[in-house]
Design a protein around this ligand. Structure first.
Ligand code: NAD
Length: 292
């Protein structure tokens, strides 16, 4: 894609490691060009222990804004000047906006998740969710769903290092949104999982199970699903996980992870530029270019 860089071109960056596979530079540069914005977006491979210097560089080079990806989302939250309310609760950021020298951290993963449900016809207000997972994606969406009016959230995680994270998220949500009924259980308790899914409106896989190389695996026995359950996944590679395929076969409304990825990017774009991202045009361009 032809791109004119001038002496006044504003820079946006992606910081994290690895970043070489990221679709963000293509998505943002396409959108800047579509909207005639004099901006450029570049990815930088930055390890966790380099984040402090990288944030200093954002200030020095007056970078307009940055995305932050794994494994730097939590450390970045400790290095910026201010956090959005959701980022404050989550304790991690994926977006930094440079507001005249003040670096403000946001988290848009949860916003993207809720928007993806909405685009698939599902409103989060008053709903009960069962979320499997307690890592970065899970925490962001659990907090956002609570902030956006979910009635109840039941978190399941296997008995690993992330389990304590789920309990911590439960505490933080209880404090921020006391009316949300939030519970945490071990994934190993399959009877509990089955009962909780039975009384839920929305089931979410927010683990790495289903993602390559764990594709063709699911944490939910298909006998626990029913046609009026909404089933969402955070995994976007492959585009349809085994869980999403099982749910589709039963006639469930589904919300695969690719939509969450698109809408978290759209939310970041709005924070960066004040404009809506030309998502329909980008999706058409992406299909044509066969980018995944
Ligand atoms: P993470 O490493 O922070 O968390 C991993 C989670 O998976 C933990 O809860 C862990 O307990 C669980 N887990 C791992 N292996 C498991 C197994 N064998 N059985 C049961 N549980 C297991 O990861 P993350 O950053 O939260 O990412 C989770 C998924 O969400 C990834 O596929 C990632 O690509 C995706 N993601 C998508 C978006 C999006 O916009 N769609 C955004 C962020 C992450």
């Amino acid at each position: 894609m032809e791109k004119h860089i001038s002496g006044t071109t504003g820079l946006f960056t992606l910081l994290g490691s690895p970043v070489g596979h990221s679709g963000s530079p293509a998505m943002y540069n396409f959108s800047f060009k579509q909207q005639g914005l004099d901006y450029a977006y570049l990815a930088f491979d930055i390890k966790k222990d380099q984040m402090s210097e990288a944030i200093d560089a954002l200030r020095l080079f007056k970078v307009r804004g940055s995305n932050v990806t794994m494994p730097c989302k939590s450390i970045a939250a400790t290095l910026v000047d201010e956090l959005s309310p959701a980022a404050e609760i989550v304790g991690a950021i994926n977006v930094i906006v440079n507001d005249n020298g003040k670096l403000i951290g946001h988290i848009t993963d949860g916003v993207g998740f809720v928007r993806n449900l909405k685009e698939n016809g599902i409103d989060i207000v008053d709903k009960k969710l069962v979320v499997i997972g307690a890592g970065g994606a899970a925490t962001a969406l659990e907090v956002q769903c609570a902030l956006d009016g979910a009635r109840a959230i039941t978190i399941f995680n296997r008995d690993d290092n992330f389990y304590a994270n789920a309990e911590n998220t439960q505490k933080k949500i209880k404090h921020a949104k006391p009316n949300v009924d939030i519970n945490v259980y071990h994934l190993e308790d399959q009877n509990k999982l089955k009962t909780e899914i039975n009384s839920a409106d929305i089931l979410v896989n927010a683990t790495t199970v289903g993602m390559k190389p764990l594709d063709n695996q699911t944490l939910v026995d298909s006998s626990y699903l029913r046609a009026d359950l909404v089933v969402a996944d955070t995994v976007y590679n492959p585009l349809k996980t085994k869980l999403i395929e099982d749910a589709e076969a039963l006639g469930c409304t589904v919300a695969p992870g690719k939509g969450m990825l698109l809408w978290q990017g759209d939310a970041a774009y709005k924070l960066f530029t004040g404009k809506n991202m030309p998502t329909a045009e980008y999706q058409a361009y992406e299909a044509q270019q066969n980018i995944d």
